[in-house]
Design a binder for this molecule. Structure first.
Ligand code: HEM
Length: 306
């Protein structure tokens, strides 16, 4: 099987740097070459600083893919799903390239970021740069542990990596990114019991509520979806908290074998069901960006750099 990019299934890190670029017109050939050089930069830092647990992902925006790789299109790559209802929305903000850099050292993320930007200078515009960090024992800034229901070990590959169903794109992954801004003043006015009701799990010790205690508007309830065959719909989430003393939130990143998994979940969050229930977490956090990407395998990027 083609080799997936290392950052897709990597374990959570202490630091992240998330870069969004738009590419200048007519630069496709040079960008195809430079993407391969970016993989070399990730590898170099990984080898030089083994203890830093360095990993990276390069993903190509759904709108830009046809320009960069006109010959072939990942079967399920489509624009970010556009859902909104009342004051709940998921704005669609397409970018051409997403570069995710992660390590257990902030200085290494910074150094890689500088090299990537220097390499791409003159061909792209850097439109977003966000630093993510691990908060306490792996919690979101709402105070809840994030990622506990993520697949583990080899299951990650099964959930996040395209297999033989799309032979030209094995080893790739569908990536969705949303920058959420939290309203922590509003969230922190709730009691812990109210927060737990909204999340569908306990705060301190991170235990999922059993179905009889789980509210039908809770994040956990809304995200527990099965497909037509009754199989659970799953994502690998690689989100991280970001922010400063004024603006804070979650940089949501999901990786999946099928783009449809994210679309189903996002719909379930935003669009109320027959009982009028939507995901009540959305009363306390707002998506400000939303982009759909595909992260091709290492082999694909290397082959197309020639
Ligand atoms: C600011 C936005 C978000 C926050 C703060 C947040 C936070 C959390 C937390 C604390 C958990 C429980 C622990 C865990 O299993 O990871 C969780 C679970 C989960 N989240 Fe989110 N999340 C956000 C957005 C999203 C979005 C946009 C999606 C997908 C469209 C999503 C999908 C999931 C899934 C699939 C689970 C596992 C649910 C389960 O099996 O119980 N989340 N999230």
């Amino acid at each position: 099987m083609s080799q997936p990019q290392k950052g897709i299934c990597a374990e959570p890190n202490l630091h992240g740097l998330f870069l969004m670029f738009n590419v200048d017109e007519g630069k496709e050939a040079i960008i195809r070459k430079k993407l391969s050089v970016i993989l070399d930069i990730f590898e170099h830092y990984d080898e030089e600083h083994y203890e830093g647990m360095v990993s990276g992902v390069i993903a190509i925006g759904s709108n830009y893919w046809v320009e960069l790789f006109p010959g072939a299109f990942p079967k399920e790559l489509s624009p970010f799903p556009d859902f909104s209802e009342y004051d709940r929305s998921a704005p669609v903000v397409p970018f051409d390239l997403f570069v995710q850099i992660r390590a257990d050292r902030a200085d290494i993320c910074h150094a890689i970021g500088l090299e990537v930007c220097e390499l791409l200078q003159g061909d792209v515009e850097l439109v977003e740069q966000v630093k993510g960090f691990r908060f306490l024992d792996g919690r979101d800034l709402t105070g809840f542990v994030d990622g506990s229901d993520n697949p583990r070990g080899m299951k990650k590959l099964d959930v996040a990596i395209v297999g033989d169903e799309d032979p030209d794109f094995t080893g790739g992954s569908y990536i969705h990114v949303q920058r959420f801004q939290h309203n922590l003043d509003k969230w922190n006015r709730l009691s812990v019991a109210e927060q737990e009701m909204i999340m569908g799990r306990s705060k301190e010790d991170d235990v999922e509520f059993s179905s009889e205690y789980k509210a039908t508007f809770s994040h956990s309830y809304k995200m527990s979806i099965t497909d037509e065959q009754g199989q659970p719909v799953r994502l690998l989430r690689q989100s991280m908290p970001y922010g400063d003393m004024k603006v804070q939130g979650q940089y949501f990143i999901s990786c999946a074998r099928s783009a449809a998994s994210f679309t189903r979940m996002l719909r379930n969050m935003i669009v109320a069901d027959d009982n009028g229930d939507y995901d009540r977490l959305l009363d306390f956090t707002t998506a400000e960006t939303g982009g759909a990407f595909f992260a091709p395998s290492v082999n694909f990027i290397k082959q197309h750099a020639k």
